[in-house]
Write a protein that binds this ligand. Structure first.
Ligand SMILES: [Zn+2]
Length: 381
């Protein structure tokens, strides 16, 4: 066993409810790490001895970001669509199906290399836990190999065969749902922890979403859902009813959706990078928090609607555009993400938890929103 003392922490975000509410901060703190786990947290002056030391020199330390929503297994990019959208040009809607074509044509090695590149990009920006979805294969073989590749980088793998209906099933969406809940599920369930469905206009309707999520749950997968991105949807209430871990986007919410999220256990995950990149209105995250819902912030890193891998950027957006306090935003991007993945070993700095820590190049996490676009990650542990 080797131990490391991280001392000289000017401000420590613990998110530990035993210490206090929300970010539960400590000043002049220290943390001892032993074999990847936290073994001591407290005042720097009272810290025990350790085999090695890291001096944070007064910097702020936070738990590593938990990015609970990403689509990293794909080939190609769609910068031309983004450019056309931003400059008001019309463009032929290729969308997700375009990435599906490129992904199917790519080798496993190329897909894994692209995923590795994006995971490294995330880590350099402080993300220590990431969920990765399939969803650009949309055939049994391509969904299954996408999940095998995702599994090389995370345990939080999500089967998203129900991203959109692929071209070859355009005339037979019911046949595609049968495939997603049949042969494709058989191939993918052993490689996934979660099942997800995109329940919105142009994707899957509420009945299809129920069929798909229930089929996954019957195979032991946890449920999560894309809902309320493009318009009001019954999806949010369905996610709560089915006991989904999280319902993601929540851009369009009715009163009954807010009530359902406030009274159920399903986390509301907002993805502000999507609204930034698509010029949609931002979700009313303030209202969700005030109603008592549990909020997470994630990147939704994907080649179409939002190609950022940066949780600090999403935090800055959440503070600027959704009126969260910096403390609420940092909590949602760490502890909130952990709750959205049913994890209690990450997103919190407490004895026995994973030692996923980020030393910021700043005296306070407020700088994540105060200094947008600035690389503030000093060190990831
Ligand atoms: Zn997504």
């Amino acid at each position: 066993m080797t131990s490391t003392l991280i001392e000289g922490i000017g401000l420590l975000v613990t998110n530990d409810p035993e210490i206090g509410p929300l970010t539960a901060e400590l000043n002049n703190a220290a943390v001892v790490v032993e074999d990847g786990l936290i073994s001591w947290v407290g005042e720097s002056s009272a810290a025990p001895d350790a085999d090695s030391r890291i001096d944070a020199e007064g910097r702020c330390v936070i738990p590593g970001f938990v990015d609970s929503h990403s689509h990293l297994v794909f080939a190609g990019d769609r910068s031309d669509e983004f450019e056309a959208h931003m400059t008001g040009q019309k463009y032929a809607a290729g969308g997700i199906r375009r990435t599906v074509g490129l992904t199917r044509a790519a080798s496993d090695a190329d897909l894994a290399a692209n995923t590795a590149h994006l995971v490294a990009e995330m880590r350099a920006q402080g993300t220590t836990t990431v969920e990765i979805k399939s969803g650009y294969g949309l055939s049994t073989i391509d969904e299954s190999r996408s999940l095998a590749i995702a599994g090389q980088f995370t345990d939080e793998t999500t089967y998203l065969g129900a991203h959109v209906v692929p071209e070859e099933f355009s005339d037979d969406p019911a046949g595609y749902v049968e495939l997603v809940t049949g042969e494709m599920l058989d191939a993918c369930a052993p490689r996934a922890r979660w099942i997800d469905v995109f329940c919105d206009d142009g994707a899957f309707d509420i009945d299809q979403a129920r069929t798909i999520l229930e089929a996954g749950q019957a195979r032991g997968l946890g449920a999560r859902m894309h809902a309320g991105q493009l318009g009001p949807s019954e999806g949010v209430k369905l996610a709560v009813e089915l006991g989904a871990a999280s319902v993601d986007h929540c851009t369009f919410l009715g009163d009954d959706d807010v009530d359902a999220l406030a009274s159920g256990s399903t986390v509301a995950t907002v993805l502000p990078g999507v609204e930034f990149s698509t010029r949609q209105p931002y979700p009313d995250a303030r209202r969700l928090i005030d109603a008592g819902a549990t909020l997470a912030i994630a990147s939704d890193c994907n080649p179409g609607s939002c190609f950022t891998s940066s949780m600090p950027f999403c935090i800055a957006l959440a503070v600027r555009e959704m009126h969260l306090s910096p403390a609420e935003a940092v909590w949602a991007a760490t502890a909130g993400g952990a709750k959205a993945l049913w994890r209690d070993d990450v997103g919190v700095v407490a004895v026995g938890k994973k030692a996923d820590l980020v030393i910021l190049d700043a005296p306070s996490y407020v700088h994540l929103a105060y200094r947008p676009g600035v690389p503030l990650i000093h060190r990831v542990i």
